[in-house]
Design a protein around this ligand. Sequence first.
Ligand SMILES: Nc1ncnc2c1ncn2[C@@H]1O[C@H](COP(=O)(O)OP(=O)(O)O)[C@@H](O)[C@H]1O
Ligand code: SF4
Ligand SMILES: [Mg+2]
Length: 383
Amino acid sequence: MKSALKTGEDRRLAAVDSAAPAGAQGGLADVENNTSETQTPKPRTGSRSASRRPILQINGLSKHYVISEGLFRRKKHILKAVNEVDLTVYEGETLGIVGESGCGKSTLGNVIMHLTSPSGGTIEFDGVNLNSLTKGQLRSKRKDIQMIFQDPFSSLNPRMKIFDIIAEPLRTHKVAEGEALKEEVYKILEAVGLSSEYAYRYPHQFSGGQRQRVGIGRAIALKPKLIICDEPVSALDVSIQSQILNLLSVLQKRYGLTYLFIAHGLPAVGYISDRIAVMYLGRIVEIADKQALLEQPGHPYTEGLMSSIPISDPEQRGNKPKALEGEIPNPLHPPAGCAFHPRCAYATDRCKSEVPELREASPGRFVACHYPLHLAKGGVQHG
Ligand SMILES: Nc1ncnc2c1ncn2[C@@H]1O[C@H](COP(=O)(O)OP(=O)(O)O)[C@@H](O)[C@H]1O
Ligand code: SF4
Ligand SMILES: [Mg+2]
């Protein structure tokens, strides 16, 4: 029994490794750049590099939108894009946030960045409650939180040269000027694997991967403490994704960065993260150490996400986790009880009426399910 389980664990981890974006296991020539991050760092396991000092603590965070529907748009509905999320991110770690499109991942990132205001809850960053700050204080604190976006083309001003794109935050926060500014910009370009001669070109003169390097350069310019990476590799060619993930790992070590890494699929999140939080319809449904979560998902939704990871070993294909069925429900009319119940192979009558709380199902692992899978403490061994 034990050895069969072990085989299953090995399979799942191997599956994530083999499904990691091409080149992430080394051996792929860097077609865009020849930089140190191509010496592939090992996939990260556990949160060894992270201290246990929380850098970001979110409590009961919500973001609701009022949506009008029907004739003359008279019917008002509340769309709970983010619904009472509690989350702690520790200094130096990468916390992955994963879930299908529309689960609320970007909204969560945007609310933390204060790009949109929360409907409720608190955000404590580096020991300070962001909600209590004045606009000026918030602006100064926000330089410690930066964001990398999915589409570097639309996030970079097409009329600005790369030099100015990277120099802008340094100028705004009066970090450097003149020769010192030039040196700093060149240093940042070097750190993201771009030669200083690229400084005087425009974004459209770069490939997608190079533009994302510029986006990353801009994000690290002010040496932030936390970077929210919102699907930073999803728009890139598969062969380039690994280079960007490796660059992020290299920069994390070099500058002691903490990442909140958002993606809709498990391969990228499983590759780069120390811990993983799984989101479904605005809520966190599971959060655990990466290794533990991938070895044995505790929430049926996590198991469903894992089924999308291709398994290269034909002998192991029979052990594929249960596939996700159906579509994500309309968030304006979420199902009662456990919002996942219409798609869940394990649902009971209780699931249709009782909302499961996010509870510690085993040490360090929190699951919002009445019958968490495979877990010793209070878990049910399903089929
Ligand atoms: N500005 C907005 N107004 C109304 N609904 C929004 C807005 N932004 C996002 N939403 C809705 O919130 C939900 C979560 O969206 P989002 O955070 O973009 O999800 P994800 O990033 O996981 O794909 C979706 O149903 C989306 O349609
Ligand atoms: S609470 Fe019920 S419906 Fe929801 S995930 Fe768990 S078993 Fe499935
Ligand atoms: Mg998104």
